[in-house]
Design a protein around this ligand. Structure first.
Ligand code: GDG
Length: 489
């Protein structure tokens, strides 16, 4: 079995990864269960460029310098790519000159990783921080199969073209053999961009020819560890003391998550339905992230002010309508909160997938399940059709859907939950990992491509190289010649 080399912006301690949830759990699972190496930033910022640190032979991390943290992480990744990929061109800081350091960090990381690579490793790079990573590896002579997975949405092609460096980013994407996206809509956006923005064309085997390379683009919807959430327990004590219905929201405090719209819709629901006052609470868990980026300060202030005004307007001595918790909650407790909530409200303005939607469904009691309200702009809406699908920009419409969810009968709730659970189980996190890695191993020239089975061992390669240099024609490697041209360019 080939070794899998995972490269992601953040690498977590394996024990902490289990508690963190989401993708970190999946990656940590790969590292535990098959030959692998996980490489990336350890989350620390140090004055001087420091050496990579290795742990257990499987985890290799480096700290960033203050300037790299400012310009690569907070800057280009989170103040240019994140807003643009979520359709927020107005927040993109295009003139700040962050691109050079974005590429610089990718170059430095690639140079650190390259000496650790083996000829048959398959390399899986994650997310928007690392788009140029494969180009930098290719420049160092790495011919291995390299896959890229984008966890966030790919925007409409004209939006992407607004990024001044869009063509360099496209060249970065073309250096991969496989690009995985969350949804079919993302695949369609990326292919539209490749065709209209940088003259890519589809070849007969379905790959895209782009800047003289061939790349496969496909959707691999990410999932969760279903069993982990199915262990959840309903706890009455989690809802303000008496029999009351809870609506739960769990989102990083990010302007893409539609939190002000959710609060306004709940306020509107209370306004229109006085009989539900004192009967329903909205609990919003919104742990802080990227607090050093200005747009994140704005959203925090906006949310605190909205929660204050709705609670001030409707609240009673024994009932606070909105519980707003700006802290992280332990993962174990999250599952119990999901199960104790009548409604899961997941209403981002734009989201690659949204794992909370899947976690909420997996944590429900199949005999008496709650209802998921889901934004049509979350990637999850492509698979989770039996949720109550809403437009988060339509506040009044969302207010009505809250009432519909609260009044839905048991049999409809069960039917919807059953169908949703089937979808969540079908594409769980294991299926996601396996399908991506299998597709990457199959790319022409990858370890499962019959053409590469003839690849000579290292000593033979060295001998062949000597012969080649002395002018003797290499015959054994001929079968791979075409693939090598495509991959190496
Ligand atoms: C990106 C894409 C895509 C949240 N608060 C707490 C907590 N969480 C956990 C949730 C969930 C994860 O964090 C969040 O995942 P999401 O999918 O909702 O969103 P992003 O963080 O934006 O992730 C997204 C994802 O990548 C995967 O590809 O779905 O579209 O934006 O697992 O449960 N966990 C704990 N305490 C909290 O307070 N323990």
């Amino acid at each position: 079995m080939s070794r899998v080399v995972l490269v992601s912006n953040r690498v977590l301690d394996l024990r902490k990864a289990a508690q963190a949830g989401g993708v970190a759990v999946a990656l940590a699972d790969i590292v535990r269960t098959r030959p692998s190496l996980w490489f990336g930033w350890n989350g620390e910022v140090k004055e001087q460029e420091a050496e990579a640190v290795e742990r257990d032979g499987r985890i290799v991390t480096i700290p960033l310098t203050p300037s790299e943290y400012e310009r690569y992480y907070l800057g280009y990744a989170n103040s240019v790519l994140w807003p643009v990929f979520h359709n927020r061109l107005d927040l993109g800081q295009f003139e700040a000159g962050y691109f050079e350091q974005y590429v610089g960090v990718n170059r430095r990381l690639a140079a650190l990783l390259q000496p650790m690579l083996r000829h048959d490793d398959i390399i899986w790079v994650h997310d928007y921080h690392l788009i140029p990573f494969a180009t930098e590896l290719r420049k160092l002579g790495v011919g291995n199969a390299i896959g890229f997975y984008l966890h966030i949405p790919f925007p409409p092609w004209q939006t992407f073209m607004a990024i001044p460096e869009h063509e360099q980013l496209a060249r970065g994407l073309a250096a991969y053999d496989l690009i995985g996206l969350q949804t079919k809509a993302d695949v369609s956006n990326l292919i539209d961009y490749m065709a209209n923005g940088v003259f890519g064309s589809i070849v007969p085997d379905g790959r895209i020819r782009l800047f003289d390379r061939l790349v496969r683009v496909a959707s691999f919807p990410i999932g969760i560890d279903v069993a982990d959430f199915a262990k959840a327990k309903r706890k009455g004590s989690l809802v303000q003391g008496r029999d009351m219905s809870r609506i739960i929201g769990v989102d990083r405090l990010d302007y893409t998550k539609g939190l002000p719209q959710k609060f306004k819709a709940f306020g509107q629901f209370l306004e229109k339905n006085p009989k539900y006052r004192r009967e329903v609470v909205l609990t919003q868990i919104a742990p802080p992230t990227r607090e050093n980026v200005e747009a994140y300060l704005d959203i925090r202030q906006q949310l605190e002010s909205l929660a204050g005004s709705i609670n001030g307007r409707f609240g009673e001595l024994d009932w606070v309508p909105i519980h707003y918790i700006h802290r992280s909650t332990p993962r174990r407790r999250l599952a119990d909160i999901y199960r104790s909530s009548r409604i899961g409200m997941v209403t981002p303005l734009r989201d690659g997938m949204n794992l909370v939607a899947k976690e909420y469904v997996a944590a429900q009691d199949a005999d008496d399940p709650g209802i998921l309200i889901l934004s049509r702009f979350a990637g999850a809406a492509e698979e989770m059709r039996e949720a109550l699908i809403v437009n988060p920009y339509n506040i009044d419409g969302m207010a009505d859907v809250i009432r519909i969810a609260l009044e839905m009968g048991l049999s409809e709730r069960r039917d919807r939950h059953k169908a949703l659970m089937t979808a969540v189980e079908k594409s769980d996190v294991l299926a996601w990992c396996r399908s991506f890695l299998a597709a990457l191993a199959r790319v022409p020239g990858g370890p499962d491509d019959p053409a590469s089975w003839q690849q000579p061992s290292k000593p033979i390669q060295a001998a062949l190289q000597k012969l080649q240099h002395s002018g003797v024609r290499q015959t054994l490697g001929e079968g791979r010649a075409e693939t090598a041209t495509l991959q190496g360019s």
